[in-house]
Design a protein around this ligand. Structure first.
Ligand code: DGT
Ligand code: CA
Ligand code: CA
Ligand code: ZN
Length: 577
């Protein structure tokens, strides 16, 4: 599908226009087009063939022509012109948090900054600080942004990597003589970000398979190509390149190799110790007594021979799974989920209607769905004031009556304001079935204020769940500075649930915090925060994150039957009054 490629070019045009001081209207129209193209479920090329490009929301005559240019020539004129008029390193500077187009322009014009290295230099020697409109505070923020980028450098969010990894896995599966392929490494463990992609396959002719691998159309560079291993670069799903390793292993070693290359390294070290204690040897070829193989064909055999129950990949981090001999709790799984508790609709900033979201949820086998649009203070997101909210509740109830086999819950994502108050009065909240409270503003407040705001919201009996509690955006924004011990103690005390956002940019709460919260006695709702029907499919990312936090189905209230969920909400309201 060519859509992501075209969307990326449109986004870059918007960036470049901003850098050259182009007008906001043009910039926004490119951004909007990029977003709609990204969201399409159909290939843009097919729409073009039928002459239906203009049916895409946000795509007018000019944009349609540009899409045609790209389809025919792989280029768009304006894009080329902009690229030629701007120094090469500038667009990348825009990715630094705290650095917008105006500042990038000024840095370039006044100090000749044209790359990340230049930027670091002018921060270090104090010249940036002296620029008009900069100052100590804003330069500190830029320096923090740079440090943040460095910390996350080279790692890509799991949700962006998986489609790429799965596509490559499926391509390898088609090669002649390949009998089995699996994704290993951090992607299999469900880590929130992935450094490189690891693939494993069984094949007769390793050299031939590696050769075909290096010749895949996605490959932009080859680092190594031998008889049992190939290592290539492909375009990263967000920016830059990402490495993909393919290893070819014999059938009798596949289980051992899958175990070894799934990792983590820390987990593997502990397993090897267990083997050594028994006088055996464990490596990627198998488990051996002297030269005699004891296990290797199946991954589970390795664990069993070492006296462990097979450990789910998500728990292989040496965080207690070895000590309990793999007798871990029965983890929540996708099949346990009965509903999604946080989705938006066209009533605020979603792109699908209530009906469309409901139908999509039903198709995914859910029995309930909470529509949670934005509240009035989220102005940019078209949040609902009280009058619109009351009508919206009726719309949800009416839609709920029309659909069979799915309960629609009238919900809201209510802003927690900078002063700690909620965006609606209790009387309004009382009309809803399910209320999430989220912080969307003043995220830079000090630790005490942010913690107090979150806790105050949880203390309100109408608030069922704290939305994306840390506020982080993977690779783009750090978590808020919160006192987690206090937050989790308050969640346990009040009974307010904590969200595990499955949105690929968030994964919030994150794995270690989920584990800590379970120990404190908290409950969770795993939700996608979907803004369109296809984003409902991000749910597995949230489930994997919860599994990495050792969560069971019972810990997650949207695995419960509707009756139990409603009783829980009612009990919480009653206790709080
Ligand atoms: P990543 O790529 O940084 O997101 O993380 P991983 O876990 O995918 O790490 P990677 O790709 O370097 O290696 C894949 C697995 O191979 C790793 O999880 C465990 C295994 N492995 C790699 N190097 C070593 C090692 O030196 N010792 C042991 N015991 N295992 C290793
Ligand atoms: Ca890896
Ligand atoms: Ca690797
Ligand atoms: Zn939100």
């Amino acid at each position: 599908m060519i859509n992501p490629e075209i969307a990326a070019v449109f986004d870059e045009i918007a960036d470049l226009l901003e850098l050259t001081g182009g007008d906001r209207f043009r910039v926004n129209s490119y951004r909007k087009a990029a977003r709609s193209i990204e969201d399409l479920t159909e290939d843009v090329a097919d729409l073009a063939n039928r002459g239906e490009l203009k049916k895409i929301p946000g795509v007018g005559k000019g944009t349609a022509e540009r899409i045609m240019q790209y389809l025919k020539t792989g280029r768009i004129h304006v894009h080329q012109e902009l690229l030629e008029s701007i120094p090469r390193g500038l667009p990348e500077l825009l990715t630094v948090p705290g650095l917008g187009p105006k500042k990038v322009q000024a840095l370039h014009r006044e100090l000749g900054v044209g790359s990340m290295a230049d930027l670091e230099a002018v921060i270090a020697d104090g010249r940036a600080e002296k620029l008009p409109g900069f100052g100590k505070k804003s330069v500190e923020k830029i320096a923090e942004g740079l440090a943040f980028l460095k910390r996350s450098a080279g790692r890509t969010p799991l949700g962006a990597v998986l489609p790429l990894a799965e596509g490559l896995r499926d391509a390898v599966r088609e090669f002649a003589g390949v009998r089995r392929v699996e994704i290993a490494g951090s992607a299999r463990r469900g880590c929130e970000t992935v450094g490189d992609i690891d693939l494993l396959c069984i094949a007769e002719d390793g050299e031939q398979v590696v050769k075909s691998f290096t010749e895949l159309p996605e490959v932009t560079g080859v680092r190594a190509a031998g008889e049992t291993k190939g290592s290539v670069l492909v375009a990263g799903p967000i920016r830059g390149e990402i490495q993909v390793d393919l290893r070819v292993v014999p059938e009798e070693s596949f289980g051992a190799a899958l175990q070894y290359f799934t990792g983590s390294k820390e987990h593997n070290v502990r397993l090897r110790e267990l083997a050594v204690k028994k006088g055996w040897k464990l490596n990627e070829y198998g488990l051996f007594e002297g030269d005699r193989p004891i296990a290797g064909r199946e991954e589970a055999e390795i664990y069993e021979k070492l006296g462990l129950r097979p450990v789910p990949p998500e728990l292989r981090e040496d965080r207690g799974e070895i000590e309990c001999r793999g007798e871990t709790p029965r983890l929540v799984s996708l099949a346990d989920l009965k509903g999604d508790m946080h989705v938006h609709s066209t009533a605020s900033d979603g792109r699908s209607t209530i009906e469309e979201m409901a139908e999509a949820a039903r198709q995914r086998g859910y029995s309930y769905l909470a529509i949670c649009d934005h509240s009035k203070s989220s102005v940019i997101a078209n949040g609902l004031d009280e009058a619109r909210l009351l009508r919206h509740i009726q719309d949800i109830r009416a839609a709920g009556k029309r659909i069979n086999g799915l309960t629609l819950l009238a919900g809201i994502e209510c802003d927690i304001l900078a002063n700690g108050k909620l965006d609606y009065s209790d009387d309004v909240l009382a009309q809803l079935d399910w209320v999430i409270a989220s912080i969307h503003s003043a995220q830079q407040q000090d630790r005490a204020s942010l913690t107090r705001r979150s806790i105050a919201a949880m203390e309100n009996p109408y608030i069922c769940c704290l939305g994306h509690p840390s506020g982080r955006l993977l690779g783009r924004r750090d978590a808020m500075n919160l006192d987690w011990d206090e937050i989790f103690a308050a969640a346990a005390r009040t009974g307010c649930a904590l969200e595990v956002s499955a949105s690929w940019q968030r994964l919030d709460l994150k794995d270690v915090h989920i584990r800590q919260a379970i120990d404190a006695g908290c409950r969770f709702a795993i939700s996608t925060d979907a803004h369109s029907t296809e984003q409902l499919d991000q749910m597995p990312l949230g489930v994997q994150t919860a599994r990495r936090g050792w969560a069971t189905a019972d810990d997650v209230l949207n695995t419960w039957p509707e009756s139990r969920l409603r009783e829980w909400i009612a009990a919480r309201r009653k206790a709080g009054r």
